[in-house]
Write a protein that binds this ligand. Structure first.
Ligand SMILES: Nc1ncnc2c1ncn2[C@@H]1O[C@H](COP(=O)(O)OP(=O)(O)O)[C@@H](O)[C@H]1O
Ligand SMILES: O=c1ccn([C@@H]2O[C@H](COP(=O)(O)O)[C@@H](O)[C@H]2O)c(=O)[nH]1
Length: 208
C-alpha cells in the first residue's frame, strides 16, 4: 500500500501505551494495530516453572524478526497473520489474527524504540512517559486481574527483570521519540495534539 504510515507508541509497562493506541485507533475506521506483546516467543518447550522465570523484558524474549517482516509486508500492501500470545501460559495460541494493510498502522510495545531496524521503519515515534510508582501500581492491579498472577510473583518479577530491563533498554530509548506524552495516556492536551496531527497527516495521505 502506498503511503502507509507507521506510528510507534513506546513506554514502560503500565505507562498507558494501549490507552494512547486506542485513542489513535478511534480517529477513523480501518486503522490497525500491531502489538509487540503479540510477538513474544512461544515458550511451549519449557516447563511451567522455567517459563515463569523467563526475562520477558529483554529484547531476546520477543520475535522482532517476525514483527519487522510483518511491518515490511504491510508496507508492500500484503495482509499478515498476527500471532496471538497467551500471558497466562506464556505461549502462542494456535489461531492467528489476519491484519489487512491500512493507511495507518500503530505499532506499540515497551522495546520498539530499542531495536534500530524496527525504529527506522516508524514514521512517527511517541513515548508515553509515566512515573515508575504509578506504572508499578497499575501493573500489580492488571497482572493479578488479567494475567493470572499473584502479588508475590509480580513483586519478584518486577525487581528481578522488569525494573532493571526498563532502566537498561526502555528508558534510554526515549531519546529516539519524536513526541513524549508526560503522565500517561489520559493527558488530554497531549493526546488531542497528537490526534489533531494524525488527522492532518491522514487527510494529506503522507507525512510532512
Ligand atoms: N492516566 C491514567 N490514570 C489511571 N489509570 C490509567 C491511566 N492510563 C492508563 N491507566 C490504566 O492503567 C493500566 C495500564 O494502562 P495501559 O494503557 O494498558 O498501559 P500499557 O499498555 O502501557 O501497559 C490500565 O488498566 C489502564 O486502564
Ligand atoms: O509471558 C509474559 C510476557 C510478557 N510479560 C510482561 O509484559 C510486559 C509488557 O506488556 P505491557 O502491556 O507493556 O505491560 C513486560 O514488562 C513483561 O514483563 C509477562 O509478564 N509475561
Amino acid at each position: 500500500m502506498n503511503n502507509c504510515i507507521f506510528v510507534g507508541v513506546a513506554g514502560g509497562t503500565g505507562s498507558g501505551k494501549s490507552t494512547v493506541s486506542h485513542e489513535l485507533m478511534n480517529i477513523k475506521k480501518g486503522i490497525v494495530q500491531l502489538e509487540q506483546d503479540a510477538y513474544y516467543k512461544d515458550l511451549k518447550g519449557l516447563s511451567v516453572e522455567e517459563r515463569a522465570k523467563t526475562n520477558f523484558d529483554h529484547p531476546d524474549s520477543i520475535d522482532f524478526d517476525l514483527l519487522i517482516s510483518h511491518i515490511l509486508e504491510l508496507k508492500k500492501g500484503n495482509a499478515i497473520e498476527r500471532p496471538v500470545y497467551d500471558f497466562t501460559t506464556h505461549s502462542r495460541k494456535k489461531e492467528t489474527i489476519r491484519i489487512e494493510p491500512a493507511q495507518l498502522v500503530i505499532v506499540d510495545g515497551i522495546l520498539i524504540f530499542a531495536i534500530p531496524e524496527l525504529r527506522k521503519l516508524l514514521d512517527m515515534k511517541i513515548f508515553v512517559d509515566t512515573d515508575d510508582d504509578e506504572r508499578l501500581l497499575r501493573r500489580i492491579e492488571r497482572d493479578i486481574k488479567e494475567r493470572g498472577r499473584t502479588f508475590e510473583s509480580v513483586k519478584e518479577q518486577y525487581l528481578k527483570t522488569v525494573k532493571p530491563m526498563h532502566l537498561e533498554f526502555v528508558e534510554p530509548s526515549k531519546r529516539y521519540a519524536d513526541v513524549i506524552i508526560p503522565r500517561g495516556g489520559k493527558n488530554r492536551v497531549a493526546v488531542n495534539m497528537v490526534i489533531a496531527k494524525m488527522k492532518r497527516i491522514l487527510q494529506k495521505g503522507h507525512m510532512d
